[in-house]
Design a protein around this ligand. Structure first.
Ligand SMILES: [Zn+2]
Length: 424
């Protein structure tokens, strides 16, 4: 993209160049020329060379009843020996079902990377300051010695680049098969293929119906790698991947909305549909459904096909929350104790961190109206389903914010605890 020059102002912090992908100032260059990047307009604050206002990009749904600005990711390149800048993020206010909402910012701590997003570190907490008065978040960025490019993001990124790396790293495993679903999603089927299907339980696990929830893709990434036998994810796990793969088949989609993840969107698809709010409406016989809500349509089709071959034990729908870890579950009464048991296991074995007041919520059916979320699978098809939320705010049990490798390990625990709990 060709940059074009605009007039040079009297201020020291001048805007030198701007393009769709980059904005250049005398002290720093902002750019978003990589998958998953997103940030709105950047403006130098008058009178300062090193303070910038950055507009959060709010995505809205097709009816404009929901609006959310959560995600950002961009690169910073210091200019002229700059060591520190301040970025004031604004435009957090949102709308949920027509009602104004509090900024979705609170609670999270952004991350940075000096190697184009391969490794991420949280910013020190004192460098990220929320201002309730003007509803802005000020991030102080200090450039480490010798670093000439810093990637900054809401949380550790996971896009198609990471899917490709994952796919490549497990391609020789006899326990992994890969296929691409119609909206570009990669489905990993992981099991011991020498054991007859009839002897195995079947779990379908999906993440990233909502594009901002990158941390949930890391859970599926960790589980797939570990099941494939990779070292370094969870080497001292209490069971072996071989054992788990003999007992179960895991069908795993790490990114349900790959376009959203690539574009740095928040939670709506390319037409503004909330991917996790249309499961009841998405009709597999409808061309209109397939064209307007392909993320859901193709995953739902796969789930129903698998379920028709042999009933799925459970569908696990992973989501991200700004503040709370929690589980909602839907299924036959015979499974209600198992849902509680599963949650207890998650609490006992890893850093799953729900508040005492928010233990597993079992949605009772079928008297109420059909839910628009993935729980419609239970209403329509009698497929037991859970939704598990992972927060981006501080994990009290770890005493810190979770890293991508924490999420990977949690993904392994998810697999282990599913097998231990759901035995049909
Ligand atoms: Zn979500």
């Amino acid at each position: 993209m060709k940059n074009f020059r605009i007039s040079i102002s009297a201020f020291a912090a001048v805007l030198l160049a701007v393009s769709a992908f980059a904005q250049e100032f005398s002290t720093v260059r902002f750019s978003k020329d990589f998958p998953g990047a997103n940030i709105g307009k950047i403006e130098a604050v008058a009178g300062s060379e090193t303070t910038f206002r950055a507009e959060m990009v709010a995505q809205h749904d097709e009816l404009d009843l929901n609006r959310q600005a959560t995600w950002f990711a961009f690169d910073l390149e210091p200019r002229g020996g700059t060591r520190e800048i301040h970025v004031v993020f604004w435009n957090f206010d949102g709308c949920y079902n027509g009602r104004p909402t509090r900024p979705s910012w609170k609670g999270a701590l952004p991350v940075f990377s000096t190697d184009e997003g391969r490794n991420w570190t949280h910013f020190p907490r004192e460098l990220c300051v929320w201002n309730e008065d003007d509803r802005t978040m000020t991030l102080t960025v200090r450039f480490p010695e010798g670093v000439n490019s810093l990637r900054v993001a809401y949380t550790a990124m996971y896009t198609n680049r990471e899917i490709c790396a994952l796919a490549d790293s497990v391609k020789d495993s006899p326990r992994v098969r890969q296929e691409t679903l119609g909206a570009g999603q990669t489905l990993f089927t992981v099991t011991d293929f020498t054991v007859p299907e009839a002897e195995k339980r079947r779990f379908f696990i999906m993440a990233r119906q909502h594009a901002w929830e990158a941390h949930t893709s890391w859970q599926t990434d960790g589980l797939i790698r570990w099941l494939a036998g990779q070292k370094g994810i969870f080497d001292d796990a209490p069971v072996t991947p071989e054992e788990l793969c003999r007992k179960c088949v895991f069908y795993i989609v790490p990114i349900v909305d790959p376009l959203g993840a690539e574009k740095g969107w928040v939670r709506f698809n390319f037409l503004g549909y909330d991917v996790n709010r249309r499961w009841n409406e998405v009709d597999l016989n409808s061309e209109e459904s397939r064209k307007t809500r392909p993320e859901c349509w193709f995953v739902k089709k796969k789930i129903l096909e698998l379920n028709a071959e042999k009933p799925l034990t459970l569908v696990v729908n992973l989501h991200g929350d700004t503040a709370t870890d929690y589980i909602d579950a839907c299924g036959p009464e015979a499974l209600h104790d198992a849902f509680r048991e599963f949650e207890n296991r998650m609490i006992e074995t890893n850093h799953y961190d729900p508040p005492a007041s928010r233990r597993v919520h079992i949605i009772l059916t079928p008297d109420g109206p059909e839910p628009p979320t993935t729980f419609a699978l239970w209403w329509d098809q009698r497929i037991p389903t859970i939704m598990m939320e992972e927060k981006v705010s501080e994990n009290h049990r770890l005493g810190r914010f979770r890293t991508a490798s924490d999420s990977q390990k949690r993904g392994v625990w998810l697999g282990i605890n599913l097998e231990k709990t759901f035995d049909q």
